[in-house]
Design a binder for this molecule. Structure first.
Ligand code: ATP
Ligand code: MG
Length: 268
């Protein structure tokens, strides 16, 4: 009788222990899940689709490294947002993030815009001027529409990536640079390489870590959240947003891209 009683007590003790371990596992699981959510918290990037989560996990992975990143994707998919997110999560976060749209600078001025120029380097160069690489020193430079970079400037950029140095236009002093380079393109760079207008060696340097941002039509789950976000962002003060009872989300993605296209409030 005594032995039976003791066996029962031991069994109860074992159950207690199992319950205690189970509770601990549960708590640890909650903590880990919160940790993952925190790591994935991209307050500036709206959406929760699996396709976007894949992009964000790439951001988490590459951010702390100094690797070049090539972000590709259609217009308006948020490539610049992704570039900023990488910078924000890198050891360079406290330094400058300099964004340059290569397509918006005339071919004749792009080298001076990126690398600066010395006084008298060309007609109109009345003063010495620092380029974007100098401004981005210790930080990150984001070169958007990289496919538009003229051949000559492609060579200078390759030199920056290989030797970490450059010269101002019209100068003969070699300047060292410590800048992380992130580029983006909405056009197919392999076609540009095949056509002989983009250097393959530069492409391989830039493409060390490729990130492809999927278009909204491939992540329709994100549309309702984005609509809400944009409506709140662009709503005139004093107005209130109400959803139409007959409105059936997801909306046609073209309608959303029109909302986005009217955005002129780029962060400074
Ligand atoms: N997932 C998102 N969450 C919040 N805002 C977004 C998201 N995707 C895009 N946007 C917003 O849409 C606008 C366009 O994004 P962005 O300029 O980064 O696109 P892009 O891919 O660089 O476009 P382009 O190819 O035209 O240069 C920006 O105002 C950006 O903040
Ligand atoms: Mg862009």
């Amino acid at each position: 009788m005594e032995a039976q009683w003791q066996a029962r007590a031991e069994l109860e003790k074992a159950f207690e222990e199992i319950k205690r371990l189970k509770d601990r596992l549960h708590d640890e699981n909650v903590v880990l899940r919160e940790q993952i959510d925190r790591d994935f918290m991209f307050e500036e990037i709206v959406g929760s689709s699996p396709a976007l989560k894949t992009v964000l996990s790439s951001v988490v992975k590459v951010a702390p490294t100094d690797s070049t990143v090539l972000i590709t994707g259609e217009t308006g998919t948020g490539k610049e947002l992704i570039a900023r997110a990488i910078h924000k999560r890198s050891r360079r976060a406290g330094q400058a993030f300099i964004s340059v749209n290569c397509a918006s600078i005339p071919t004749s001025l792009i080298a001076s815009e990126l690398f600066g120029h010395e006084k008298g380097a060309f007609t109109g160069a009345l003063q010495q001027r620092q380029g974007r690489f100098e401004l981005a020193h210790s930080g990150t430079i984001f070169l958007d529409e990289i496919g538009e970079l003229p051949a000559e400037t492609q060579i200078s950029l390759l030199r920056v990536l290989q030797e970490r140095q450059f010269e101002r236009v019209g100068g003969n002093r070699v300047l060292p640079t410590d800048v992380r380079v992130i580029t983006a393109s909405n056009r197919d760079l392999s076609a540009a390489i095949a056509a002989g207008i983009f250097r393959a060696d530069l492409f391989y340097r830039l493409n060390a870590f490729p990130i492809r941002v999927p278009p909204l039509r491939k992540r329709k789950e994100d549309i309702p959240m984005l609509v809400e976000y944009f409506v709140k962002r662009y709503m005139r003060p004093g107005f209130q947003a109400r959803s139409h009872p007959g409105w059936n989300c997801p909306v046609p993605w073209q309608r959303l891209s029109r909302i986005r296209k009217s955005d002129s409030s780029k962060p400074p």
